[in-house]
Ligand binder design. Structure first.
Ligand code: GLA
Length: 396
C-alpha cells in the first residue's frame, strides 16, 4: 500500500523533524513499440503510465545526501563530495543506487557536488518492481527533477533523462538506453513519446485511446528479470558486433533494404538480432504514421509483428509472455506484444474497453492450465510525465 502525499510528508517529518521542501513524482512507462532500438540509436514510442514514484525531498545544510523509502526501512547516507569515490569502490548498491546514482550523475553533468547543500529523500512508489514498467527510471526521474529544482541546476528534461541513464549505466551497472527516463520525464496525457534516440528529438503523438474506447492491458507474468545481468548485455553486444561487421557506427544506419547484404555478411544468430532491430525501427515509424492517419484501432498488426520479431529473431520472450500475448489475441485484443527488455516482465494488449474482463480471465485461466504463476493484470492510462506535486493541494 502506498502513502498518500500527506502521509509521505508526515513520514518525512518524523524522520527529519521538518516538512519536506516538496514532493516530486515521476511515472513508470509502457513501451508501445520500439524494443531494443534505443541503444542502437533508433526509434521508440513509449508512454508514461498512471503508476508513479514520489520523492519527498528537503534540503539539509551539511552536504550529506540521505535516502530512505517506504518499501525498505533502511536508510543510506553519504556526503555528496564522497559519491564519486563510493561509486568507484562499488559501495553504492541496492535500490539506493538509483537516487544516489542520479545525484552523482548530476555532478558528472556539471553540478558542483562539493558546494551544494545536501538533501533528505524519502521515496514511495506504485510502479511494480521487476515487471518491465521502469520502476527504476521512475525513481531516477523523480529524484532528478527534485534535485534540479531544489539545487537550481537549470538542466532541461532531456539532460535529466541523460543523467538518469548515466546513473543506471555507471552506478547500477545496467547497460540500458535512454528510452525509460525519456518517457518518464516527457510523457503527456493520452499520448506517446516518439523519440529519435540519435538526435534525441521528441514528438508527442496523441494516442486517442479514450476516444476509440480502447484500453491498454498490462499482463505481468511475475517472472522477474534484471538488466544488470546476462541476456540484455549480450543482445546489446550482438547488435554492436553486427553494426561493426556492416561497417556502420550503429544499426540506425542499416535499413530494411540492406538486410540481404547483412544475411551474407553475418552468422545466422547475429543476422536475426539485426533483422529485429532494423524491422522494429520501421515498425515504429509505421505505427506513428498509422496513429496519425487512422488512429489506434489500426495498429494491432504492428504490435503483433513486433512480438513475433522479439520472440523469433531477438529471442528474448519467454513462454509466459507468449501465452499472455496469444491468449489476449484470441479473446478480443486488437494487438499484443511483450514490452520492455524481455526475459520476464510484462506483455501489453490493446483491448476494446468492453472486452477487458474477458481477456483478463482468459489469461488467468490459461496460466493456471499451464501451471504458471498467477499473472497480475491491470489497465494503464497514458499519463503526464514527472512533475512537482502540491502537498496540500488536490493532485494527490
Ligand atoms: C529496458 C531498457 C531500455 C530499453 C528496453 C528495451 O527497458 O532500460 O533502455 O533498451 O529495455 O527496449
Amino acid at each position: 500500500m502506498s502513502d498518500t502525499l500527506h502521509q509521505l510528508s508526515e513520514r518525512f517529518m518524523s524522520l527529519t523533524g521538518s516538512k519536506p521542501d516538496g514532493v516530486w513524482s515521476a511515472p513508470g512507462r509502457v513501451n508501445l513499440i520500439g524494443e531494443h532500438t534505443d541503444y542502437n540509436e533508433g526509434f521508440v514510442l513509449p508512454f508514461a503510465i498512471d503508476r508513479r514514484t514520489r520523492a519527498a525531498v528537503g534540503l539539509r545544510a551539511d552536504g550529506v545526501i540521505r535516502v530512505t523509502s517506504t518499501f525498505d526501512n533502511t536508510s543510506v547516507e553519504l556526503p555528496l563530495s564522497g559519491l564519486d569515490a563510493a561509486r568507484s569502490a562499488g559501495e553504492i548498491v541496492g535500490w539506493s543506487a538509483y537516487p544516489l546514482g542520479v545525484a552523482w550523475a548530476l555532478g558528472q553533468h556539471g553540478a558542483d557536488l562539493t558546494t551544494l547543500p545536501g538533501a533528505d529523500i524519502i521515496i514511495d512508489s506504485t510502479v511494480p518492481v521487476g515487471a518491465g514498467l521502469s520502476s527504476s527510471a521512475a525513481i531516477e526521474s523523480s529524484v532528478a527533477l527534485a534535485l534540479n529544482d531544489l539545487w537550481s541546476l537549470g538542466f532541461s528534461r532531456e539532460q535529466l533523462a541523460k543523467a538518469g541513464q548515466l546513473a543506471e549505466n555507471d552506478v547500477v551497472g545496467a547497460p540500458t538506453g535512454i528510452m525509460d527516463q525519456s518517457a518518464s520525464l516527457l510523457g503527456a496525457t493520452d499520448s506517446a513519446v516518439f523519440l529519435d534516440c540519435r538526435s534525441l528529438d521528441v514528438t508527442v503523438i496523441p494516442l486517442g485511446l479514450a476516444h476509440a474506447e480502447l484500453s491498454i492491458l498490462v499482463m505481468d507474468t511475475r517472472v522477474s528479470h534484471s538488466h544488470a545481468t546476462g541476456g540484455y548485455a549480450e543482445r546489446r553486444a550482438s547488435c554492436e558486433a553486427g553494426a561493426s561487421a556492416m561497417g556502420v557506427s550503429s544499426l540506425r544506419d542499416v535499413s530494411v533494404s540492406d538486410l540481404d547484404r547483412a544475411r551474407e555478411l553475418l552468422d545466422d544468430v547475429t543476422f536475426r538480432r539485426i533483422r529485429h532491430v532494423v524491422t522494429e525501427n520501421q515498425r515504429v515509424l509505421d505505427t506513428v504514421r498509422t496513429l496519425n492517419e487512422d488512429g489506434p484501432l489500426a495498429i494491432g498488426a504492428l504490435l503483433d509483428a513486433s512480438h513475433v520479431s522479439l520472440r523469433d529473431d531477438f529471442e528474448i520472450s519467454i513462454p509466459e509472455l507468449d501465452l499472455a500475448v496469444e491468449t489476449a489475441r484470441a479473446h478480443g485484443a486488437i494487438g499484443a506484444r511483450m514490452t520492455g527488455g524481455g526475459f520476464g516482465g510484462a506483455a501489453i494488449a490493446l483491448v476494446p474497453h468492453a472486452r477487458v474482463p474477458d481477456v483478463e480471465s482468459a489469461v488467468r485461466d490459461a496460466f493456471a492450465a499451464k501451471g504458471f504463476t498467477e499473472p497480475v493484470t491491470f489497465t494503464v492510462t497514458p499519463s503526464t510525465g514527472a512533475e512537482r506535486n502540491d502537498i496540500d493541494g488536490s493532485r494527490d
